[in-house]
Write a protein that binds this ligand. Sequence first.
Ligand SMILES: NC(=O)CCC(=O)C(=O)O
Length: 271
Amino acid sequence: MSADPVRVVCLQLACPDEESAADRVRRVLAELRRVEADLVVLPELWATGFFHVADYDAQAEPLTGPTLTALREVARERGFHLVAGSLVERADDGALHNTAVLVGPGGDILHTYRKIHLFGHDGAETRLLTPGTDVRAVSTELGRIGLATCYDLRFPELFRQLADDGAELVAVVSAWPAARVEHWRVLARARAIENQTQLVACNLAGRHAGRELAGTSLVIDAWGTVLAEGDAAPGTVVATLDRDGPATVRAAFPVLTDRRLGFAAPTVGVR
Ligand SMILES: NC(=O)CCC(=O)C(=O)O
């Protein structure tokens, strides 16, 4: 008998310059109270706005702060798993991190992930934030889940490490600009295909701080099929995933068991 399907909802949010973070949090909490789902995923730094870099320090909160506390309460009320996107976390030692959080249907924090590959090209992450060091998946009622954040999509070794740790579904919280939307589509599918994991990539949409965000949130199954794709506008992207999908794909086409590790590195050539 196969397990119940997983109803997934991505809230593809915008962070308009004229809206305060507090108003945005209130708006999103109200929206979440109307969502019917097993798993809801929010984008990267949606409360602050990824490119509102001047606000990072003022908006930073510990994981016990009011934003995550309110989000945990909604997850508990509604009984869904919530990837709360990421927030600027102020750690006990004062360092700031871009931290994604998975909340369970009881409102408990199941997992946190501090973004490892900080984005220096057109943002201030590398200047303002401290990278994380820890990558792992966690067991949940929906299967084993891993978290990753936006620019991480360009670093396949992180996703392979999640797969090695048993990840069946990876949620990627993102603030990916429209200028590179084709990279986004290809990289997200590639990470799902090569690791035979489901991938739910929730992106920001709309315009803030002079950048156009891509939207185009994706729900991809373990075969690499795109089950749902958002457009460029803010909105909701909905799909249903088969809980047994990764196991079925891996049994039918066992690529991961054909890996060859430990081959020799070149002794001559470019390093
Ligand atoms: N928020 C990000 O990490 C942006 C990544 C990006 O724009 C890219 O990889 O391209």
